[in-house]
Design a protein around this ligand. Structure first.
Ligand SMILES: *Cc1c(COP(=O)(O)O)cnc(C)c1O
Length: 405
């Protein structure tokens, strides 16, 4: 069941381009994935053939657009094994989904309550909760991590108490690649009656989460990390929670009835979908999900773990190279530094050689503080990357080392 990567690469027009006179080697997939022509075509098809505003129109175009948009919601529901269609809320992305939930919880939390965050979160899963704590008087506590970049679950056990109302943790760390044991985290939180939000931005391109089996309360992700367009994402919330949370934004689409005296809100999911959404983006999100399922997540995982294993082994042959994030459960993200060399300088040389990696703190400054480093070089692999590209990366890192030391 090996992937036909050569054929898959034909689906991605951008992979044919050159950068600085060299064939592009795109290893910044943790920041955003590339888009197959199926996804690009679905956006262009929408604007060319049935662009119209949704939900309110009686005319044919509006009905076609509404059908396609709602079809995409069904694809998302099925993909994540979500019980009810109205538990799928379209957002503008992970950050938006987290802010929606954080904003909603501001009406439930008070002084004396505690919320737990992991030490390896993206800023978008830290800052909205800090703002929530400031507003409500609740206290933010941090589940610490070990030197190898895995959460210390014994400490989590100690932190969890009757005071804990909410736990938020990413499924996979974008900076380290660590896959967190979210099943265990969720189960333990529930024994204290705490709700759990999982940030799935980094996981959904690698694995297919079963949200009912996980019994998670909220799960958020972005389409652009899983071959879909930017500016669209989804929030899953358990029905009971979505009924309890107040609306996030007021406007059109989210109301049942408006008078100047009183407004009543629309049913789920529309209560949380004020205004005209990213219609083309939502439809193309559905296309991206179809595309990934056609390739198959087992085949994706198998190929990516081969890339990870090979790249890790080859990079570690380089003298003075340290990898951050060495837990046994990890995905195809390699964060590293060369001794005595700033990550930015390495990234700049790699770019000259056509290789796109990310350098810096990866929106996770607390992790960099933990390791006492300014940042890392991060190579993140997708199913369309090849072993030859790993070789090019390793050669280029050696070259950078020679030039900079
Ligand atoms: C990318 C990412 C985010 C932010 O996603 P946006 O699409 O920028 O909202 C949050 N968390 C993790 C783990 C990510 O990788």
């Amino acid at each position: 069941m090996a992937l036909n990567v050569t054929q898959i690469r034909e689906d991605f027009p951008i992979l044919k381009r050159e950068v600085n006179g060299k064939p592009l080697v795109y290893l910044d997939n943790a920041a955003t994935s590339q888009k197959p022509k199926q996804v690009i075509d679905s956006i262009s098809h929408y604007y060319t053939h049935y662009n119209a505003n949704i939900h309110r129109g009686v005319h044919t175009l509006s009905q076609e657009a509404t059908d396609a948009y709602e079809q995409a919601r069904k694809k998302i529901q099925k993909h994540f094994n979500i019980a009810h269609n109205h538990e799928v809320i379209f957002t503008s992305g992970t950050t938006d989904g987290i802010n929606l939930v954080a904003n909603g919880f501001s009406s439930f939390l008070k002084t004396g309550n505690e919320v737990l965050v992991s030490a390896m979160e993206h800023h978008s899963n830290i800052v909205p909760w800090q703002m929530l704590c400031e507003k409500t008087g609740a206290q933010l506590k941090v589940i610490p991590m070990s030197e190898e970049g895995t959460l210390i679950l014994d400490e989590y056990d100690t932190l969890l108490t009757e005071k804990t109302k909410l736990v938020f943790v990413n499924h996979i760390s974008n900076a380290l690649g660590t896959i967190n044991p979210i099943e265990e985290i969720i189960e333990k939180a529930h024994t204290y009656g705490a709700a759990v939000l999982v940030d799935g931005a980094q996981s959904c391109s690698h694995i297919k989460p079963d949200l009912q089996a996980l019994d998670v309360d909220f799960y958020v992700t972005s389409a652009h990390k899983m071959c879909g367009p930017t500016g669209v994402g989804m929030l899953y919330g358990k029905e009971e929670w979505l009924h309890k949370l107040p609306p996030y934004q007021g406007g059109g689409e989210m109301i049942a009835e408006v008078t100047f005296e009183k407004t009543t809100y629309a049913d789920l999911p529309h209560k949380f979908e004020a205004g005209t959404p990213n219609i083309a983006g939502g439809i193309a999100f559905g296309t991206a999900i179809d595309y990934l399922n056609e390739i198959g997540f087992d085949a994706i995982a198998q190929h990516e773990s081969q890339l990870l294993e090979y790249a890790t082994a080859e990079l570690l042959k380089i003298r003075g190279l340290r990898i951050y994030g060495t837990g046994k459960d990890k995905t195809s993200v390699i964060s590293f530094n060369l001794e005595g060399i700033h990550p930015y300088d390495v990234g700049t040389i790699l770019d000259k050689l056509g290789i796109a990696v990310r350098t810096g703190h990866h929106c996770a400054q607390p992790i960099m503080d933990f390791y006492k480093i300014p940042g890392t070089v991060r190579a993140s692999f997708a199913f369309y990357n090849t072993m030859e590209e790993v070789d090019k990366l390793v050669d280029a890192v050696r070259q950078a080392q020679n030039m900079l030391s």
